[in-house]
Design a protein around this ligand. Structure first.
Ligand SMILES: Cc1cc2nc3c(=O)[nH]c(=O)nc-3n(C[C@H](O)[C@H](O)[C@H](O)COP(=O)(O)OP(=O)(O)OC[C@H]3O[C@@H](n4cnc5c(N)ncnc54)[C@H](O)[C@@H]3O)c2cc1C
Length: 601
């Protein structure tokens, strides 16, 4: 297909990221003519930009253990600077805050695959209550959890469970596990067996697991020992706490996801699927009566071009850029749009509102000696671990660094666990420029605590300027500044206390707990620590799927209220932050959106 004036496709997909790539692939596979406009390049191809020689982009992209380096790779990283607090004194208490940038680093990717090109590869599907909540909010039964599970089965190609289930499913159509076996998203486990041969680490791990279970003993919170797989559907008590395995989206232990899916479909259907890289969409063309999205204006190689969509323009530009594009096109809160000198088209106060995230902190301990299992690890292509990964698909670098994880409830009356804690053999303290360098240290254990089901919806994304190249203002309003329950702060403190009981099981080996540090022990001290140090990396909700009168931006069929032919399909549509990790939820909604669009609804 060649570029011509007035050219048109059935669908123009803005952003070839996690949602956009999945949606475009399914649409093209089913006969639609699809154009993907992606602001970045291809992370797995030779790009004209020369990467730092010791960090070839392709390796950072493909090697699971290099995901932090991918997120800081200069060719694909797209740094945002977000404020957690409007109050500057409070914000400055976070050492990661950059005054020059007026914010804390929020890493994103500008490349094919979007955040799936640097994320930590964890595949955990959302809980049923997440989908049922969308069903309740919209009244649309197709969002029921029982129907949404079909999308997980459709995308997954599970390779870490007993293969008998796969055969059972193929021969008899019977499979109680909830897994999919034939999809495009291969899921694998990576337990570096060599790590378990390290006696000190092995016994520390066993003691930690025992300590985790003991920590629950007598608390009357439910603890289950036989549900290790977080994506399994058949256990009696899916809502209990316990140890969890960490499935990864890798194929033969290399990153594999939306980018590969899109490329595969393009190879099969080059006549139907076109991908334009380094194409930055500037605004949506809206006109006619009733109002309709006719196409988009985008900039490539310094030239502005226009393309039309005969069916839909679909915004998949992510939680920060999608609301920005709507506002640049005159769709959003009228006073803000007029304030930037942009002609308002549709007054939708919900655009950019409802920004949500999880709260995360880490308990970081320095060990007395480096881990034997990491001896010689440089996290570059120059060491033996890389060669082992490359030649045999084995060893430390097959893992994203997580040893094991625990799902737990911070309070008894919760429906599902609200804390997900995972142990890394690394020094990890959230995001700031150069954070990946710290990962290389070999004498640390970090327990990351992720508080899910946070109740704060008071964050926002706003335009700072009518210039499409300008970054938007991002403000989360953490804890007391927001509108969430005070329980959220206490839950994180609870997480720190729980993780400390596990860390104590390795006490002989620990030189010092550096974060938060044992000198912080009272509830008040730990609360202050969490307020100053919490971060997040699962932002969502800025174009919520809700009725218009409740501040919604899209209806249950992904249509932007008040404009025909315009849809949003990405992390911004979640009315409430789902589950524990976002990528799987994003892939599932993209598959659902493909069905919705193809059915002509
Ligand atoms: C460091 C990190 C680690 C993570 N790890 C995990 C994990 O292990 N598991 C998990 O489930 N979740 C994880 N997440 C979260 C998850 O990856 C993201 O929430 C999810 O991928 C977002 O998908 P999206 O489609 O909404 O946006 P994205 O994947 O960000 O896609 C947006 C795309 O749009 C493009 N774009 C933006 N603006 C324009 C424009 N104007 N014109 C053209 N193109 C444009 C971008 O370049 C990008 O490709 C992680 C996130 C981060 C930051």
């Amino acid at each position: 297909m060649s570029m011509q004036a007035g050219e048109s496709f059935d669908y123009v997909i803005v952003g070839g990221g996690s949602a956009g790539a999945v949606l475009a692939a399914r649409l093209a596979e089913n006969g639609a003519r699809v154009l993907v406009l992606e602001a970045g390049g291809d992370p797995s191809a030779s790009e004209p930009t020369v990467p730092p020689p010791e960090r070839p982009l392709e390796a950072d992209y493909r090697v699971p253990a290099f995901h932090a380096f991918a997120s800081e790779h200069p060719v694909i990283s797209w740094d945002y600077w977000a404020r957690h607090y409007a109050d500057t004194d409070r914000q400055k208490q976070d050492w990661r805050y950059s005054e020059a940038q007026d914010g804390v680093l929020y890493p994103r990717v500008r490349a094919l695959g979007g955040c799936s090109a640097h994320h930590a590869l964890i595949i955990v599907r959302p809980n049923d209550l997440d989908w049922n909540h969308i069903w309740q909010v919209t009244g649309d039964e197709s969002w029921k959890a029982s129907r949404m599970l079909a999308y997980f089965r459709r995308i997954e190609r599970c390779r870490y469970r007993f293969f008998g289930w796969r055969w059972m499913s193929r021969l008899f159509g019977w499979d109680p596990t909830g897994h999919g076996w034939k999809g495009w998203l291969t899921t694998e486990l990576a337990v570096p067996l060599r790590a378990l041969r390290d006696r000190r680490l092995r016994s520390g791990l066993l003691r930690s697991i025992q300590a985790a279970a003991d920590g629950y003993h007598g608390t009357s919170l439910e603890w289950e020992t036989n549900r290790l797989d977080p994506n399994e559907t058949r256990w009696w008590n899916p809502f209990a706490s316990g140890i969890r395995l960490v499935p990864l989206s890798t194929r033969k232990h290399a990153r594999h996801g939306p980018r590969e899916r899109l490329e595969e479909v393009r190879r099969k259907h080059p006549d139907r699927l076109e991908i334009r890289l380094h194409a930055e969409v500037q605004r949506i063309l809206v006109g006619g009566t009733p109002l309709r999205a006719e196409g988009v204006v985008y900039r490539r190689n310094g030239v502005e071009e226009t393309v039309r969509a005969s069916k839909d323009v679909v915004l998949c530009a992510g939680v920060f850029e999608t609301p920005k594009l709507l506002m640049l096109s005159g769709i959003g809160p009228r006073p803000q749009i007029e304030g930037q000198g942009i002609a308002p088209v549709v007054d939708l106060p919900g655009v950019g509102a409802n920004l949500q995230d999880r709260y995360e902190v880490a308990v970081v301990s320095r060990m007395k000696r480096p881990w034997h299992t990491l001896a010689g690890a440089t996290y570059t292509t120059a060491d033996k671990y890389y060669r082992r990964w490359r030649w045999f698909g084995l060893g430390n670098y097959t893992s994203n660094g997580i040893l094991f994880s625990v799902a737990l409830k911070s309070r008894r009356n919760l429906d599902v666990p609200d804390l997900y804690c995972f142990a890394l053999l690394a020094d990890f303290r959230g995001y700031y420029k150069g954070y990946s360098e710290r990962i290389k240290k070999r004498d640390y254990v970090s327990w990351v605590i992720l508080k899910a089901y946070t109740g704060n919806t008071a964050g926002h994304v706003r335009l700072r300027s009518p210039d499409p190249a300008a970054a938007p203002e991002i403000l989360f309003r953490y804890f007391e500044e927001g509108n969430g329950p005070t329980d959220d702060l206490d839950a994180v403190v609870e997480g720190i206390r729980f993780v400390r009981t596990i860390a104590d099981a390795m006490d002989d080996d620990v030189a010092e707990e550096e974060e938060p540090g044992r000198h912080r022990d009272t509830d008040a001290e730990l609360r202050d620590y969490v307020r100053a140090n919490a971060w997040g990396h699962h932002a969502c909700g800025t174009c919520a799927m809700k009725p218009r009168e409740q501040g919604g931006v899209v209806d249950s069929r992904f249509k932007v209220h008040g404009v025909e032919g315009l849809r949003v399909v990405d992390a911004s549509i979640f009315p409430r932050i789902p589950g524990y990790f976002l990528a799987t939820a994003v892939y599932m909604i993209a598959e659902k959106a493909a069905d919705t669009l193809l059915s002509g609804e």
